[in-house]
Design a binder for this molecule. Structure first.
Ligand code: AMP
Length: 280
């Protein structure tokens, strides 16, 4: 596996592959990789000749009081996982490489999509995400890019950005990978104490209950949200940020369950903010 720290090195490799007529997949990550990330790499490997994985904790998507400094990092272990899953190249740039001094250009969606759900408590988050993903698209010029449904709002926003900005890149959404007890895998799960780790299963319990209600034919969104809220409130260590239902492609509030209704939640377990969701 090629390890590239410089944009120019990525470009050189990609140019060589394209000359050979090979297709390129991109999996953007912030590192500290787990089986959720690995599932994206597997999918990319199955659909593309060459797979680039970016491993970069992007400072512009963290708010001033968020966990940028303490975000977990282990590049050596990331490389082992990526190599085992058949990635071709890992792009591991420095902050200076990605953001030249005095960089002042951002990519931002100016409708309400970045203000919904996680955007309420993370107002600059999706501007940072769109900016870094846009830069990665320009650097890697992939045919396909792979994103997890774990971050459903991010996926919806990236799809919108790709449509609006005419990126000729196919965006592939991949299912949420979970621990055996249901907790969605996340690099942030490492923040949880053993007691909090047990409490954190309350998110997936609420997700599974909501899913069951939809499968049983419940059409009233509020009935489902009320049931999910009640489950989460039964856990003393949990504090709800939001439990909401929106249309997956527009992120507009949903009143009635439709095929693309996204039931999403963010819940604090202690000081750790976790997200989970399901699509009706
Ligand atoms: P992150 O490193 O957290 O920025 O995530 C990088 C990519 O991996 C994003 O597209 C996430 O949605 C995806 N991802 C993270 N956790 C999971 C998971 N448990 N299952 C599937 N995809 C995931």
């Amino acid at each position: 596996m090629i390890v590239a720290e410089k944009i120019s090195d990525v470009r050189k490799n990609v140019a060589e592959w394209k000359k050979q007529g090979l297709t390129v997949g991109l999996v953007p990550t912030m590192g500290y990789l787990h089986e959720g990330h690995a599932s994206l790499v597997d999918k990319a490997v199955s659909e593309c000749d060459k797979v680039v994985v970016s491993d970069f904790v992007n400072p512009t998507q963290f708010g001033p009081n968020e966990d940028l400094a303490k975000y977990p990092r282990d590049f050596e272990s990331d490389c082992k996982l990526l190599e085992a899953h058949g990635a071709t190249l890992v792009f591991h740039p420095s902050v200076e490489e990605m953001y030249p001094e005095n960089a002042a250009t951002f990519v931002e969606i100016l409708n309400d999509m970045p203000k919904k759900l996680c955007g309420k408590t993370r107002p600059i988050h999706f501007r940072g995400v769109c900016t870094v993903v846009s830069k990665l698209f320009n650097i890697v010029t992939p045919d396909k890019a792979f994103f997890g449904m774990k971050d459903a709002q991010q996926l919806s926003i990236i799809k919108k950005m790709v449509r609006d900005m005419s990126y000729g890149i196919e965006i592939i959404g991949c299912p949420i990978i979970r621990e055996d007890d249901g907790l969605a895998k996340s690099s942030r799960n490492t923040y949880l104490s053993p007691e909090e780790r047990m409490a954190a299963t309350i998110l997936s319990k609420a997700v599974f209950e909501g899913k069951k209600m939809v499968e049983n034919g419940e059409k009233n969104v509020q009935t489902i949200l009320d049931a999910q809220t009640k489950i989460i409130e039964s856990e003393p260590l949990a504090k709800i940020d939001y439990v909401s239902a929106v249309d997956f492609s527009t992120l507009e509030d949903a009143a009635e369950v439709k095929p693309d209704t996204l039931f999403a939640m963010a819940v604090y377990i202690g000081t750790t903010r976790l997200i989970d969701n399901f699509l009706a």
